[in-house]
Design a protein around this ligand. Structure first.
Ligand code: 5GP
Length: 184
């Protein structure tokens, strides 16, 4: 088996080029895992992945964490099939785990306007957890208009549309093993 790692790729008629390589992602996740190990030692954190975009990042990040931890998922939709946010958050899958008095780590693929994360943080707080922290693989700081706490960031990126490593364009491209940017 070999990973899907083209230099350039066409998706839904648009061209994308490599932006963050597999090596860069692996190195960053190793450091993030170490940070989580230190901060959450003895706390048995629960990772809450925000579907769909975060599933690959979450899986790889968890394999870099060596303390006892758990996982659950929530599904939100705000983009539809477009490259810009619709501005609405819809909850498509709820949490199954009990979060009261738990240390919750929210896992997002990308914080763009911040709307989804703002919604998620409020939602988590309603369960009375012991703590809530936010981990995102990517942060488009210049695009963030909703004030949100982001505790761990993989990479700060410019306000450009990215694809791959779990992130889609109209549901395609999630299987790319690194992160690509629209080649305009
Ligand atoms: P926000 O609510 O912060 O505006 O957007 C968060 C969600 O929008 C992310 O979880 C992701 O699904 C989607 N998103 C934001 N920017 C991008 C991007 O550049 N590429 C892709 N594929 N999805 C994005």
């Amino acid at each position: 088996m070999s990973l899907y790692l083209p230099e350039q790729v066409e998706c839904k008629g648009e061209n994308f080029k490599v932006f963050i390589s597999k090596e860069q992602i692996d190195a960053r996740l190793s450091l993030m895992g170490e940070q989580i190990d230190k901060e959450y030692e003895g706390k048995r954190p629960i990772f809450i992945g925000i579907l769909n975009g975060s599933y690959i990042f979450l899986a790889d990040l968890m394999r870099n964490v060596s303390i006892p931890c758990e996982v659950d998922f929530m599904k939100l939709s705000s983009y539809g099939d477009e490259k810009v946010s619709s501005g609405n958050v819809t909850e498509l899958k709820h949490i199954d785990a009990k979060l009261k008095d738990r240390h919750v780590i929210l896992i997002e693929d990308i914080v763009d306007t911040g709307l989804s994360m703002k919604y998620m943080i409020e939602r988590m707080k309603s369960y009375s957890p012991a703590s809530v922290k936010v981990v995102t693989l990517l942060h488009k700081k210049d695009a963030t208009v909703h004030e949100v706490q982001v505790d761990y960031v993989g990479f700060e990126i410019p306000n450009k549309f990215v694809l791959g490593y779990g992130l889609d364009y109209a549901q395609e491209g999630r299987n790319l093993a690194q992160i690509y940017v629209l080649d305009d």
